[in-house]
Design a protein around this ligand. Structure first.
Ligand code: HEC
Ligand code: HEC
Ligand code: HEC
Ligand code: HEC
Ligand code: HEC
Ligand code: HEC
Ligand code: HEC
Ligand code: HEC
Length: 453
């Protein structure tokens, strides 16, 4: 008996946060009596909404409409909640911001406010935004970019929300109270479930497409395949969800980027386990990258041995460096020089070269890096480096020649940034006789003649 008790105690010590997996909130903070009035009417007027709320853990625990939607009125020097309005005799807001959630979930709020996710709407001065609002047009910024990144929610005179800025559940939405983001970006209302947020689809609304195909990469990967095979055996509806303890069959986005391991608590700062930024034209290692990488490796080690994990990172680093050194840095330097010498304008997207360069890093180059980071070989090569190489050699370099006024005029700049590097020599010099012979021999042996290939 005593031995069992010791074992149990050891298990709890080894897993210090396990006991805190169930969210604990002071019951005095919720269950406001006014909420019963809201519930009675909404049960009839919006039964779908009511049932969603009721089926979630917060609904079950009695966290009610008024606990979340209640607003303070402006009163003398206290400003009150922006966006407050009178609703059937109650002063409420439609928006329930991360700050409102923080009344009961301070830790998650602080992690989320400090993350890159919370910065998602600060894109107003970016190149992509110029592309969205100017080259495209305002309406696509509202219904495109900002549905993922977040709007700047504006309150109209009567307290209602400006429809140009809401509905919106963008990841870095700027709320009337100044807080950033929307928790329902992942915990869809009104269930607000952990289980749902643990599923890859929660991230897939935003993390997909030509410039950041994370869900496609994941679907292609072994982890994604195993997710499809064992999606009902992962205990995702449980309060505690520690990799290797509560499930083992695969890793989801949340496993690697958010959820707990036996050594780490879950975190709402999605950047705390990544070491590179794969977004800019040339990738860089982040501040404290070693610590961040160790945090991620700790996740991997619950299912893999060190050589597998370190081997993955070696392959991934090599791909990022290859992309940087062979293509991204030369292309960036050449374009800069052409701008500095007035061969192309400094404005974006008004020269053909701007578009080629943009797709090279923002689409093709990112796909290659994202594929390599999360084990999606088709994205690393066919959708990634293959396209980078093709467009570098067959579009970018020829366009530099056009801009310079011909091959001869372009020679010095291309020699300086491209051809002097042995990695690019093949393009000018072609294959050597020996290489051609080796290739020919290979096809002879494999297919018994060149025609058959
Ligand atoms: C007597 C019925 C009734 C009561 C009581 C009631 N609601 Fe509503 N509520 C509605 C109806 C119907 C709508 C649809 C739009 C409208 O008429 O305002 C609505 C709309 C809303 C909206 C969206 C408003 C908007 O303009 O974006 C919120 C949020 C809301 N209710 C929350 C609450 C809360 C919180 C309470 C309790 C403090 C409450 N309701 C009490 C009937 C009611
Ligand atoms: C845990 C907090 C929470 C509780 C409890 C809650 N809400 Fe909400 N509600 C939200 C959030 C978050 C939004 C999304 C608004 C936003 O921030 O964009 C929302 C939006 C709404 C909307 C407008 C959006 C829509 O889909 O039309 C209505 C109406 C609403 N809530 C009614 C209710 C009613 C009625 C209840 C009680 C049965 C309730 N809420 C309980 C957090 C809550
Ligand atoms: C007034 C207090 C209060 C507020 C405000 C509040 N919550 Fe909660 N929340 C709780 C309580 C209590 C629980 C634990 C329910 C249980 O498991 O018994 C909980 C649990 C949760 C969970 C875990 C659900 C699960 O599936 O286990 C999530 C996610 C969550 N809250 C998100 C939110 C979000 C997002 C907001 C703001 C829109 C919010 N909460 C606002 C009290 C609150
Ligand atoms: C489908 C959702 C979605 C749409 C639509 C979208 N983005 Fe993004 N955007 C993302 C995601 C997700 C990332 C982060 C990708 C990553 O980390 O690999 C991102 C990254 C960015 C970045 C880089 C941020 C940084 O910190 O380096 C900028 C800038 C940006 N987007 C601007 C825009 C603009 C402007 C538009 C519209 C013209 C737009 N995006 C449309 C989801 C979207
Ligand atoms: C990027 C997606 C995402 C966003 C945005 C998000 N969450 Fe979560 N949240 C998750 C995931 C995934 C889990 C489950 C972690 C696990 O496996 O236990 C979770 C779990 C929780 C829990 C349960 C306790 C815990 O930390 O595991 C609470 C409470 C919670 N979230 C509240 C919030 C609040 C409040 C916000 C807004 C400030 C928010 N979440 C925004 C993805 C998100
Ligand atoms: C097996 C673990 C694992 C899974 C599953 C996983 N990721 Fe990743 N993710 C990684 C690793 C490793 C990196 C690169 C980390 C680094 O830079 O050191 C990464 C990088 C990222 C980045 C950073 C990209 C950038 O531009 O800098 C984003 C965004 C991301 N993952 C989102 C997702 C999404 C969304 C999913 C699910 C569809 C997912 N991840 C699934 C391990 C994983
Ligand atoms: C509503 C859209 C949206 C959803 C849902 C979403 N993200 Fe993101 N995510 C973004 C955007 C936008 C960025 C880039 C923000 C920026 O850099 O400004 C981003 C960035 C990231 C990064 C890079 C963080 C860093 O520090 O550089 C990671 C990792 C990530 N997301 C993981 C996830 C995971 C895992 C999920 C699901 C549990 C998820 N995201 C859900 C929009 C979203
Ligand atoms: C929950 C367990 C689990 C976690 C966590 C996990 N993996 Fe895996 N991973 C697997 C399984 C199972 C396979 C399939 C092995 C096989 O091919 O038989 C796999 C496959 C792989 C592969 C082989 C891909 C291929 O196509 O052959 C690599 C590389 C890999 N994982 C790296 C990682 C890295 C790096 C991390 C952490 C960022 C990680 N894994 C996290 C379970 C996990």
């Amino acid at each position: 008996m005593r031995r069992i008790l010791v074992l149990v105690a050891l298990a709890i010590l080894a897993c210090p946060f396990a006991a805190s997996a169930q969210v604990k909130v002071d019951p005095k903070l919720y269950g406001s009596p006014e909420g019963q009035v809201c519930i009675k009417c909404h049960e009839l007027k919006s039964p779908g909404l009511f049932r969603m709320w009721k089926s979630g853990r917060m609904g079950q625990a009695g966290v009610n409409c008024y606990d979340c939607h209640k607003a303070e009125k402006k009163n003398g020097s206290t400003p009150g909640n922006p966006g407050g309005f009178d609703h059937r005799g109650f002063w409420i807001t439609t928006i329930v911001s991360p700050k409102d959630c923080s009344r009961c979930h301070k830790e998650q709020f602080e992690q989320q406010q400090g993350s890159h996710h919370a910065k998602g709407a600060d894109i107003l001065n970016s190149l992509d935004n110029y592309l969205g609002t100017v080259v495209g047009g305002k309406a696509c910024e509202v219904t495109g970019c900002r549905q993922c990144h977040g709007s700047n929610v504006q309150v109209l005179k009567d307290g209602k929300l400006d429809p140009a800025t809401w509905p919106n559940t963008g990841i870095g939405r700027i709320n009337p109270d100044g807080s950033k983001g929307s928790c329902s970006a992942c915990h869809t209302r009104h269930r607000f479930s952990k289980e749902q947020a643990r599923r890859p689809d929660a991230c897939g609304k935003c993390h997909l497409g030509p410039d950041h195909p994370q869900i496609e990469v994941y679907t292609e990967s072994k982890h994604g395949i195993l997710y499809q095979a064992f999606r009902d055996k992962l205990n995702m509806d449980q309060n505690q969800w520690v990799v290797g303890v509560d499930y083992q069959d695969t890793a989801t986005c949340a496993t690697c980027h958010i959820s707990a391991t036996p050594n780490q608590k879950s975190t709402h700062d999605v950047g705390s386990r990544i070491s590179w930024t794969l977004r800019p034209p040339v990738s860089k290692k982040l501040e404290n990258w070693k610590q961040r990488r160790d945090n991620m490796k700790d996740v991997c080690r619950q299912c893999h041995g060190d050589p597998m994990v370190d081997g993955h990172y070696t392959q991934f680093d090599n791909l990022v460096e290859l992309y940087n050194n062979k293509f991204a840095i030369p292309a960036t330097k050449i374009r800069q020089k052409l701008m500095d010498t007035g061969k192309i304008t400094k404005a974006d997207f008004d020269d053909k070269l701007d578009w080629i360069y943009y797709e090279l890093w923002h689409h093709e180059g990112r796909r290659a890096r994202h594929g390599a980071s999360m084990m999606g070989p088709d994205y690393t090569w066919w959708h990634g480096m293959y396209e980078v190489a093709k467009h570098f050699y067959e579009r970018f370099l020829p366009e530099v020649e056009t801009v310079m006024g011909g091959k001869a005029a372009a020679e010095p700049i291309l020699n300086e940034f491209v051809y002097k590097d042995p990695m690019h020599r093949w393009y000018k010099e072609g294959m050597s006789k020996e290489e051609l012979k080796r290739l020919d021999d290979f096809y002879q042996k494999r297919y018994g003649g060149k025609e058959a290939k």
